[in-house]
Design a protein around this ligand. Sequence first.
Ligand code: HPA
Length: 282
Amino acid sequence: MANANGSLTASIREAAAYIAERTTIRPQIALVLGSGLGVLAEGIEDAVSIPYKDIPHFPVSTVEGHASELLVGMLAGKPVLMMKGRFHMYEGYGPETVSFPVRVMKELGVTTLLVTNAAGGVNASFRPGDLMLIKDHINFMFRNPLIGPNDSSIGVRFPDMSEAYSRKLRELARSVGEKLGVEFQEGVYAGVLGPSFETPAEIRMFRALGADAVGMSTVPETIAARHSGIEVLGISCITNMAAGMLDQPLSHDEVMETAELVKEAFIRVVKGIVAELPDAKA
Ligand code: HPA
């Protein structure tokens, strides 16, 4: 993918134009669906589906359990863009590639990003199947999508990250959850590169550092979103207790199985949240 500044802007515009040509729907809300959480795509109406491989400059996801299509349609009465399958740095992509779709969302007029992921529970009071509102993150990927020349037409050189995950959106999510009988945990997400799961020593370190969950995504997308002024709501599905917390090995199968178990509650609460998101000011 193009890296020099001018050609990056051109790539963003080309990708956005390709998507905009395929639908009259103009989404203000975007959803990124994490491992095993792609089921939400079933709830979308009047959708056009665009395979990532057809979108100019889009990378293609290579992980099992991650589809590779972008949907634009209506969810809970709102125009949305949905990414079924995302890109991870462990696939070999740089952070600027992983966050490229967020740039395209911004170009399309998106103002709110609802990002979901599967994560390991680091907080001992969590249980597999819990949903956690991300209150903050720790960037343990030691990579940043904003490295390189800054495009000041997108955002500032040194973006503020003191409220990366909108407090207002977390409150809205919590109140929707209360109405629908879906409880949320809340906590700090530590983003790691993967793809190996963590060691028990690493998990003890993350707990000491204040993390409640650990996962291999979300951080680059959130940084790019904040850079471009998009509000972020992050929800982790705690698919497993992190390494060393239970006397059993971790597997991607367990991640997928737990995601499958919570999908009903997850779909319900995300639809409820989307329904209540305020329309952006014109
Ligand atoms: N660690 C990192 N990423 C994950 C985990 C985990 O335990 N579970 C799901 N994604």
